[in-house]
Design a protein around this ligand. Structure first.
Ligand SMILES: Cc1cc2nc3c(=O)[nH]c(=O)nc-3n(C[C@H](O)[C@H](O)[C@H](O)COP(=O)(O)OP(=O)(O)OC[C@H]3O[C@@H](n4cnc5c(N)ncnc54)[C@H](O)[C@@H]3O)c2cc1C
Ligand code: FES
Length: 277
């Protein structure tokens, strides 16, 4: 039996350069038995291990039901992510997971689904958006609000444009700094709320991104009458074990790796955005 503390070996089968600092790795298990049995939920993450350098948590962006390679979109910020940037097709790394609690799929069924994301915060939500789009009959309207710092930071632009053309889907994009070819809104993601067709009585809301952005978005949502009970959010913390053993990811009474990263807003409200937590 596989020890959950030991990584599986995966091979890079495709590498996509999204921007100069963001790349997507498509990873295939070298053991076909693991490849067949691997299952994940939208919102879960894997611990990726660059041998000899270190291990980091990264969200899964592929549709959970696709039996192809597992996709991860990564921004280079430090030691491990810069090392992984050098990986090419055929290179191998370690993968443990999937870990954590994903998005509340059952609660979302039959409701309008509103996604609010900031920056690369969209990564944990992308697999859920793909999931909902592929199963349209089970959900109501889809509203996607995505904010980025600079127009050059918008990845998956073609994917957003494709979603925008689908019936009953509203996609609104904003950039703090718009470039010459930026046809969307300029400002923080919260500028988009005035254009968003959100029905507070029918919606469930999923948020992901910097905590300050999620906090101000939640204030806007509550102000238009969205009840706290339909708000869910994904949280990031520095992690080491990923399985609730080391305490590195503690947030109030929770371990983000084990009790999250997706949390019900009413449970997290006392600790959200509080310095020291
Ligand atoms: C559940 C979860 C899902 C994640 N999903 C993704 C994803 O899909 N794509 C992605 O690019 N990143 C994701 N991250 C963040 C990613 O894990 C960190 O960027 C990574 O650990 C940095 O490692 P490093 O060795 O390259 O950088 P380091 O050398 O460790 O640090 C570089 C800088 O990044 C900061 N940093 C390190 N870890 C984190 C963190 N967890 N959150 C915020 N800042 C951090 C450090 O304080 C430092 O300033 C996720 C984190 C969590 C907890
Ligand atoms: S990372 Fe070790 S307890 Fe969460």
């Amino acid at each position: 039996m596989h020890n959950p503390d030991r990584p599986f070996e995966v091979e890079v089968v495709e590498r996509v350069e999204e921007t100069p600092t963001i790349y997507t790795l498509h990873l295939r298990f070298t053991d076909p038995g693991i490849e067949r049995s691997y299952r994940c939920q939208p919102g879960q993450f894997n611990m990726l291990y660059l041998y000899g350098v270190g291990e980091i948590p990264i969200s899964i962006v592929s549709d959970p039901d696709s039996r192809g390679p597992v996709e991860h979109t990564i921004r280079s910020v430090g030691r491990v992510t810069r090392g992984m940037e050098m990986l090419r097709v055929g290179d191998r790394i370690g993968l443990r997971g999937p870990y954590g609690r994903g998005w509340p799929l059952q609660e979302a069924e039959g409701r309008d689904v509103v996604f609010v994301t900031g920056g690369l915060g969209c990564a944990p939500l992308v697999s859920l958006i793909r999931y909902v789009v592929e199963r349209r009959e089970r959900f109501g309207r889809i509203v996607i609000l995505q904010g980025v710092k600079h127009s050059d930071d918008l990845i998956w632009r073609r994917q957003y444009e494709r979603w925008q053309r689908l019936p009953d889907v509203q996609v609104l994009l904003a950039s703090d700094v718009g470039g010459p070819n930026w046809p969307y809104s300029v400002g923080r993601v919260t500028v988009l709320f005035s254009q968003a067709a959100i029905d507070p009585d029918r919606s469930i809301v999923m948020l992901c991104g910097p905590e300050v952005m999620m906090k101000s978005s939640i204030e806007r949502l509550l102000a238009i009458g969205v009840p706290p009970e339909v708000i869910w959010l994904s949280i990031e913390r520095n992690m080491q074990c990923g399985i609730g053993h080391c305490g590195h990811c503690q947030l109030g009474p929770y371990f983000v790796c084990h009790d999250g990263p997706v949390f019900h807003y009413p449970a997290l409200r006392p600790w959200l955005g509080v310095t020291g937590f």
